[in-house]
Design a protein around this ligand. Structure first.
Ligand code: ADP
Length: 594
């Protein structure tokens, strides 16, 4: 089989102009069949030619010898002439055998190979050309028989062929031959069609198999990549968590030693706070990425003064930059009054903080410049550094979850690989885009845009400018804190201590509902979600039925909690962990203090 395929290929390369296309349709199949038949017929005819010439000379049938030679020469022509088109080759091939079979039948009579060749020619025509051509050849055969039957009664013809049978016998032979011929042509035509159908089916199957295996390969590569990134993330995260945790536990233990000096105590407390901030930022990253994955796009729009926000952020990062001897420069574009836009301040802060913190982290010396420009209906922000830069082929990768350019375990820079994917998602939520210009070793500039939407006066209590969190509330309010965890309750109680807020504790959802029912003076409920008995959602729903006016703020750790809490009738939510400032401003936003 292998030899045959090589033989066909060799012939097509050297002696044929046929180009078998990859689009294997019926015409291609017929061309292939013709070439195969030609390759078998040619050597067989060559072998048969010599003895048949000898026989024709010995029996003085020179005409047969002559036609045999002509047929052989035409076959050689068909076989070797490369530039003869396949269509003409087929035509010549069929015509040669047709004429040969008629000549043979006339000279050798019905007992010779003539009728076999005639039938074979019809079959080959059906095979190479079409069913229609095959039927035409049958019609031609029928005409030949009619012609013979017309000649037979004329006894004067000298050719023995016509005298061999009586008219009735000729009719019998002719009808049988044509019937057999028709049967063969129809069978071959249907065979070719079936063959073609199964070729097409096989081809489609192969194509879909190829597609499937390609999809599988891509999915496998993605799964492997995500597995690798997750392992790297877990390795980083355990390092990123353990380091600040180590500082917190270590310095907390040192604080309990009785003979610490005041300076030492201050230093320990500062280190504990620094460690907690680091830990909080990691936890925030993880919470943010999971909430982004849960498609959180709720923007809390408010008036944001760009100059003062950016200055505030710069001041926040100034100590870290100075520690590394890096200058942090803010280039203002407009005067303060013109830079007010309507956007989600916490998302804006998060995007810019991540970019500034990265710029500081990946810059060893030099400067960081940040600023913005108004471009048509958008504001384009930039954070440019003189740091280590990023190879251009990784520019899109670094926005993927967990991706870090430096991936070895002894990496120089800390991080979880989540900052930029959070930036990208948040910029998307705010209706902008993010990109960068950078080359390895020559610094990076990150750009992002936000729609330039000028604020209109907003009356919503949520968007009122925050009052000073340091002063207590203008009137006393009563807050019910539904919290099963004692430490969390103590923390909340301490945060509310100086705020003119009377605190009542409920240790689970059932107790929260009961207290609310019995004490009508409760203005605010701080509701935990996961509690024994009934959970925070159910408790909120039940309370809403008899206290439609009470403000319920849910403290949550998961994004899904926020959506469900709002559906259960709660007014607002605050994500754990939260600072005292965030907590108080959340209460002020929701409580009517007039
Ligand atoms: P990480 O927590 O590692 O900083 P990010 O998602 O913020 O995660 O950034 C992903 C990666 O992009 C970083 O690990 C770093 O390789 C590269 N990168 C981000 N910002 C910069 C920058 N300013 N200069 C050089 N590389 C950067």
């Amino acid at each position: 089989m292998k030899f045959w395929v090589q033989y066909v290929q060799y012939y097509m390369d050297h002696y044929s102009s046929v180009v078998i296309t990859k689009e294997e349709g019926l015409p291609d199949l017929r061309d292939k069949l013709f070439i195969s038949v030609l390759l078998i017929t040619f050597p067989i005819c060559l072998l048969v030619y010599i003895p048949s010439i000898i026989v024709s000379i010995k029996t003085n049938q020179f005409i047969i010898g002559l036609f045999d030679t002509i047929a052989m020469l035409v076959l050689v022509l068909i076989f070797f002439i490369k530039y003869l088109s396949i269509k003409n080759k087929k035509l010549l091939f069929n015509a040669t055998f047709y004429i040969l079979s008629i000549v043979l039948s006339i000279y050798l009579g019905i007992k010779g190979p003539s009728f076999t060749i005639l039938i074979c020619t019809s079959v080959m025509i059906t095979l190479f050309q079409s069913k229609r051509a095959g039927l035409i050849s049958i019609a031609l055969n029928a005409i030949i028989f009619l012609f013979i039957m017309a000649i037979v009664p004329i006894k004067s013809t000298s050719l023995t062929f016509f005298q061999e049978y009586t008219l009735v016998e000729w009719i019998g032979v002719g009808v049988n031959l044509i019937a057999f011929n028709t049967l063969l042509v129809f069978s071959v035509a249907s065979l070719v069609n079936r063959l073609n159908e199964s070729f097409l089916k096989e081809k489609n199957l192969l194509a879909s198999l190829k597609r499937e295996s390609l999809h599988l390969m891509i999915a496998k590569q993605k799964a492997e990549e995500s597995d690798r990134l997750k392992s790297a993330f877990l390795h980083n995260i355990s390092h990123e968590i353990r380091t600040p945790l180590n500082a917190i536990t270590g310095f907390s233990a040192l604080l309990t030693v009785p003979d610490n000096s005041l300076e030492e105590q201050t230093m320990y407390i500062e280190s504990i706070l620094k460690g907690s901030d680091q830990l909080l930022s990691i936890v925030n990253d993880i919470i943010d990425i999971s909430s982004i994955e849960a498609k959180s796009a709720n923007n809390q729009l408010s008036k944001v003064n760009l100059n003062s926000r950016i200055e505030k952020l710069c001041n926040q990062f100034m100590p870290v930059a100075s520690e590394k001897n890096i200058s942090l420069i803010f280039k203002t574009a407009f005067s303060s009054e013109r830079t007010e836009i309507l956007t989600d301040q916490s998302k804006f802060d998060r995007i810019l903080s991540n970019l500034i913190s990265n710029a500081i982290k990946f810059t060893l010396k030099g400067q960081i410049i940040l600023g913005y420009e108004l471009k048509d209906s958008e504001i384009e922000f930039f954070v440019s550094d003189t740091g280590i830069g990023i190879p251009s082929e990784l520019h899109s990768k670094i926005f993927e979850n967990f991706y870090q350019v430096e991936q070895s375990f002894d990496r120089l820079f800390e991080g979880t690989g989540l900052g930029l994917s959070i930036c990208k998602a948040l910029v998307g939520h705010l209706g902008g885009k993010i990109w960068l210009h950078s080359e390895s070793g020559s610094g990076s500039t990150f750009y992002f845009t936000l729609p330039f939407v000028q604020p209109v006066p907003i009356t919503d209590a949520r968007t009122r400018a925050p009052e000073s969190e340091k002063t207590s509330l203008p009137r006393q309010i009563t807050a019910l804190v539904a919290e099963d965890d004692d430490i969390n309750f103590s923390l909340i109680k301490s945060m509310l201590k100086t705020q003119n807020i009377k605190v009542i504790h409920a240790v689970n959802g059932i107790e929260a509902v009961e207290i609310c029912r019995s004490q009508k003076n409760i203005d605010l409920i701080i509701m935990d979600i996961r509690m024994p008995g009934i959970d925070g959602y159910t408790a909120s729903r039940q309370i809403r039925e008899f206290r439609p006016d009470v403000v319920i703020i849910v403290q949550t750790a998961y994004y899904e909690d926020k959506e469900a809490a709002l559906k259960s009738g709660c007014n607002d939510f605050i994500s754990k962990p939260f600072s005292k400032e965030q907590f108080i401003s959340k209460i002020r936003e929701n409580i009517d203090l007039s």
